[in-house]
Design a protein around this ligand. Structure first.
Ligand code: NAP
Length: 345
């Protein structure tokens, strides 16, 4: 099978590098173009990028010349890892010029006709593409990195028991702030109790993702969410303490059963980046932990533990997911794999 050529916008950044690492030897996709800001354009990728991942830069990408982010690329499929200050307009320009854009940035996530996609949770929302005004082009977005982990944990509960209210307190990794991100003096021996713009995303995005596609629009899921977000001195992996009120209160065993049995379209289609099991439940009180468990199943699984009854809500538990893999590049690659399987590419 000949591979689909892809371009990466924001290829020099934290998520851009992760795309390049994860797409090395991908069975469907091949990175043939990289683009970033004027600071990097014109340089060889290996010279423009401050590569900080453990594996070397793939040799077929290292020598590519970094291009500007104008819709003049040859690839039809574009992964965007652009800074949110510029992503909105650039992604629109690409879609208007007939490109398929799969984006990690926040800018288009809440647009009415743009799928906010987690392939295991709302694959039917891809049909929103047909309502977009871009002709052959389109925009599909990947949710916020903390939202993805939490919503995968919530989806089986929403389907089986119904959700009424969710409270979440996050402990988010430093890599979520991009590179160089938070200064060493700020983060060592410290917890920073504020991440700009993060709480509104966690309080709004799940309602769209868990919402119902009517054929013309997505009707938001009806529940209340309260979020508090913190930056902690972990390199990769967001941990979230979640409390839920359910419409019908199941036993603890019933909840663990629906989590363990949860599989969806990406697993049925055996997509390359789909985890075998989207959810891993740990019975040990001390798990999940970011350093130990963030890489489970290619970094695409969501780890859950410590399910217990709560004095304020029905239940509480801990969720862990890899923010730059499941929460960014890996999640976006899985979106594109699903789009290929459903003939959207
Ligand atoms: P980052 O490390 O700061 O990288 C930003 C990228 O955007 C770089 O390639 C940069 O190119 C490029 N860029 C900046 N200004 C530009 C301009 N004017 N024109 C064209 N390109 C420009 O950020 P990141 O952490 O990778 O995040 C990228 C996006 O993904 C953001 O929207 C972020 O919110 C989102 N996201 C991040 C995570 C995460 O865990 N890090 C998770 C989910 C979503 P130069 O190198 O040339 O400056």
């Amino acid at each position: 099978m000949s591979k689909i050529e892809v371009g990466i916008l924001g290829a020099t950044g934290s998520v851009g590098q992760k795309f390049i690492q994860l797409l090395d030897n991908h069975p469907y996709f091949k990175v043939t173009e990289v683009a970033a800001s004027d600071r990097s354009a014109g340089k060889k990728y290996s010279e423009a990028v401050n590569w900080f991942l453990a594996s070397p830069i793939p040799s077929d990408v290292a020598g590519l010349t970094v291009q500007t982010c104008e819709p003049k690329l040859k690839s039809h499929l574009i992964f965007s890892a652009l800074d949110a200050n510029v992503a909105g307009e650039i992604e629109t320009a690409f879609a208007m010029n007939g490109y398929v854009v799969v984006s990690n940035s926040k800018n288009h996530r809440m647009d009415k006709e743009v799928p906010l996609l987690i392939p295991e949770v709302n694959p039917d929302h891809l049909e929103l593409i047909k309502l977009q005004p871009f002709g052959k082009g389109c925009i599909v977005t990947n949710p916020n990195c903390s939202t993805i982990g939490m919503v995968i944990a919530l989806k089986p509960l929403a389907d089986k028991f119904g959700l009424d209210a969710v409270n979440v307190v996050t402990m988010q990794a430093l890599s979520g702030a991009g590179y160089p991100g938070v200064s060493g003096l700020d983060c060592i021996d410290n917890v920073i109790p504020f991440i700009g713009g993060e709480e509104p995303k966690l309080e709004s995005e799940p309602l769209k993702i868990l919402g119902t596609f009517t054929g013309r629009e997505v009707k938001n899921y009806d529940m209340k969410i309260s979020a508090q977000t913190n930056r902690v001195a972990v390199i990769d992996g967001h941990t979230e303490a979640v409390q839920v009120n359910l419409k019908t209160k199941p036993s603890k065993e019933d909840i663990i059963k629906v989590w363990k049995e949860f599989k969806s379209i990406p697993q049925e289609l055996n997509l390359p980046f789909a985890p075998l099991n989207p959810i891993y439940y740990f019975t040990e009180d001390k798990y999940p932990q970011p350093r130990l468990h963030r890489d489970i199943d290619k970094g695409m699984a969501v780890c859950i533990g410590r399910l217990r009854e709560c004095n304020l809500f029905d239940y509480k538990f801990i969720v862990l997911s890899h923010n730059t893999v499941r929460g960014a590049a890996g999640g976006a690659i899985l979106c594109a794999e699903l789009m290929k399987a459903k003939n959207y590419l």
